[in-house]
Design a protein around this ligand. Structure first.
Ligand code: CP3
Length: 347
């Protein structure tokens, strides 16, 4: 029965003997088999839109490590592309998009419900995975949070402190809020379709939430997450939602209550003991080993993994990294983390 999968039990609030484990960016360049499949696809975006190959790279880390969850292979920037933005990736640099900085740019975007044509291959990837995953592995769908997606749409690229997005929200709040609302509606549509195609959990990635402070955080990180979660729960009440307001700091404490998410993903800047006292009482937490340990390994990895497992042992917890694994990580270190969490590592 689906309800017996470890990840779903933790999300429902159960305290398990060992936490379920998966890893952000678990399908990625640190794995030779990922690099080989990406090569076969041609490039990253072709891989995202090729359901057979996207399903294959989603399954690779499951085969290798037996993670408790598989996360759909796609990207948060497929939504802007489905809304009509140009999108391409520059090797070694990252994403580039056509920008939305003026009313005319916004007016050229498609309506939120017009995204399915472009995103149909993503739903197909989920349908393939549903048939191929081991029966105890949970399938996670995802989307970017409106603020994070907007930062890329406004700047046309990743930016260190999201200055162009902050400039628009200060200089033309009506346009900024219209854009955020369009992304919010598209995200609800997109995640609903992912659930209908087989996603058992959805995660909302707000990678740049930390650059919103005070009331701006409440309005542009919490409120869209609340709106998306409420809309999804109205249609799919049994599907858990994970929120990841990366960099939220002390705002992590009220996040689950304010938004209705079932689980809050913690970045590695958050002290596990603090989060056990201040975040975990409101529901499941996920995290939060520094991805650095996947590069450096050794006893420090083991010690820190055990410390995090112990700190969260009195409440519902999903073990994960505090952010995505990096391309320079050593696959052996991932195995060491998995063994340590599952109690099999010596020393
Ligand atoms: O976690 C997974 O394994 C699922 C797939 C996934 C990817 N991106 C694949 C990917 C997920 C969940 C994402 C989310 C994503 N994408 C976020 C939010 C999470 C985070 O990391 O903060 C963001 C901000 C993006 C946008 C994005 N995609 C950037 C900035 C980049 C370039 C930086 C980089 O790591 O290269 C990407 C590319 C990307 N997305 C890769 C992968 C595996 C690497 C592309 C490649 O293979 O060359």
């Amino acid at each position: 029965m689906a309800g017996q999968k470890k990840l779903l039990r933790a999300l429902a609030g159960e305290v398990l003997e060992t936490p379920p484990i998966w890893m952000m960016r678990q399908a990625g360049r640190y794995l030779p088999e990922y690099r080989a499949t990406r090569e076969k696809a041609g490039d990253f975006l072709s891989l995202c839109y090729n359901p057979e190959l996207a399903a294959e790279v989603t399954l690779q880390p499951i085969r290798r490590y037996g993670f408790d969850a598989a996360i759909l292979f796609a990207d948060i920037l497929l939504v802007p592309q489905a809304l009509g933005a140009d999108l391409w990736f520059v090797t070694g640099e990252g994403p580039r998009l056509s920008t939305v900085t003026q009313q005319a740019d916004f007016d050229a975007l498609k309506p939120a419900d017009a995204i399915h044509d472009k995103l149909a291959p993503v739903y197909e990837t989920l349908r393939i995975l549903k048939g191929e995953l081991p029966q105890d592995t949970t399938l996670i769908g995802f989307a970017g949070a409106p603020w994070t997606v907007a930062t890329y749409m406004i700047a046309g690229r990743g930016t260190p402190a999201q200055e162009p997005a902050h400039a628009l929200r200060e200089g033309n709040v009506a346009l900024f809020e219209a854009l955020l609302d369009r992304i919010t509606k598209a995200t609800i549509t997109y995640l609903s379709a992912q659930i209908e195609a087989g996603a058992e959990v959805v995660k909302i990635f707000d990678s740049w939430a930390g650059s919103l402070k005070g009331a701006a955080f409440d309005k542009y990180a919490m409120e869209p997450a609340r709106e998306i979660t409420a809309a999804l729960k109205a249609k799919h009440p049994d599907i858990p939602v994970i929120g990841f307001p990366r960099g939220a700091g002390e705002k992590y404490a009220g996040f689950a209550k304010a938004t209705g998410v079932d689980c809050v993903a913690l970045d590695q800047s958050i002290d596990a003991d603090w989060a056990a006292a201040n975040v975990q009482p409101n529901g499941c937490v996920q995290g939060n080993l520094s991805p650095e340990h996947m590069v450096t390994g050794g006893q420090a990895l083991v010690d820190e993994t055990r410390r995090i497992v112990k700190a969260f042992s009195k409440g519902p917890h999903i073990f994960n990294l505090g952010h995505g694994i990096t391309p320079d990580a050593d696959p052996e270190n991932v195995q060491l983390m998995v063994d340590t969490v599952r109690g099999a590592a010596r020393g």
